[in-house]
Design a protein around this ligand. Structure first.
Ligand code: NCD
Length: 304
């Protein structure tokens, strides 16, 4: 039995396979409508979510399966003090596969140690978010057709942004990748991510506080929201939240075929008039999330 806790649990070949499968699902959705008949997905969300939870549920429904679960900790037995390990042990008796989001780093790993069915990490605190990364990779592949040789700019909250950490890890395995890390001093990529996936692998990168300076060299610009819920004080959040705002004027500095990604939700970091730019891929990205999650559910349930 396989879990997906960290994007590095999947090999590059397996990710290629998931991307190929997701592309086939897009092209032939009818062929997949019964693949998970009589199977149940439980979504255990101890933290707010729109895209991740609903795309998981839509994915399972489109495979002909069923879904159960909860969308806030207060409506689960966590509110009575039940541990994550106990919740996982119980729910694995009710469902065939579990997607879990939790504010504590490592919670899905703990759940996996007690679960009889595959656990998917749907975001653990400020740590990792592997299925967002699958969505990001699927989108880059659809938009640009390759990963090799790309210069990828990651902008915003690189400290608490879990999607950033998983994406850096995943991209570090492709040849010719280069990172431009754009953030305020206080929100730089944590050293456990930078050392393991950038420095130790000898991947070229530079760090800057200026988005304008970086724009012209990027093939992909990955914007992120400042993660309000992970701040210890409101003042710091208010000071940092509008550090970067992508506007149509800034987009004039970019390559003609640069791709703008954002895991969403957006707050202020991209003005809505950028949405009309053909390079703005974030709504397509959100839609892609459903298809790649369909491919992932099939893989973990060993459905062919
Ligand atoms: C992200 C998350 O939850 O980490 N959202 C998502 O899953 N699409 C990004 C965010 O909340 O800013």
């Amino acid at each position: 039995m396989r879990h997906l806790i960290d994007i590095m649990d999947l090999s590059v070949e397996e990710i290629d396979g998931l991307i190929a499968k997701a592309s086939d699902i897009v092209a032939h959705p009818d062929a997949y409508r019964e693949k998970c008949r009589y199977k149940k997905l439980a979504t255990l969300f101890f933290e707010p979510s729109t895209r991740t939870r609903l795309s998981f549920e839509a994915a399972m429904l489109e495979l002909g399966g069923q879904v159960l679960g909860f969308s806030e900790a207060s409506s689960s037995s966590a509110a009575k003090g039940e541990s994550v390990a106990d919740t996982a042990a119980i729910v694995s008796g009710y469902a065939d596969i579990i997607a879990m989001r939790h504010p504590k780093e490592g919670a899905p790993l703990v759940a996996a140690s007690r679960s009889d069915v595959p656990i998917i990490n749907a975001g653990d605190g400020g740590h990792f978010h592997p299925t967002q990364t699958l969505t990001d990779l699927f989108t880059i592949s659809r938009e640009l057709g390759r990963f090799e040789g790309l210069t990828v700019g990651l902008c915003g909250d690189l400290k608490f942004g879990r999607t950033v950490h998983s994406l850096i890890a995943a991209l570090s395995r492709y040849a010719g990748i280069r990172f431009v890390l754009i953030s305020p001093e206080e929100l730089k990529v944590p050293s456990y991510v930078k050392n393991k996936y950038i420095k130790e692998k000898g991947i070229p990168y530079r760090q800057t506080t200026s988005l304008d300076d970086a724009m012209s060299e990027l093939d992909v610009l990955y914007m992120t929201r400042v993660q309000k819920e992970r701040f210890f004080n409101e003042e710091d959040y208010l000071r940092l939240r509008d550090s970067y705002i992508l506007t149509p004027e800034k987009m004039t500095l970019a390559k003609k075929d640069m791709v703008v990604l954002h895991p969403l939700p957006r707050v202020n970091e991209i003005t809505t008039d950028v949405d009309l730019d053909p390079r703005a891929a974030y709504f397509r990205q959100a839609k892609n999330g459903k298809f790649i999650r369909m491919a992932l559910i099939m893989k973990l349930l060993e459905v062919e």
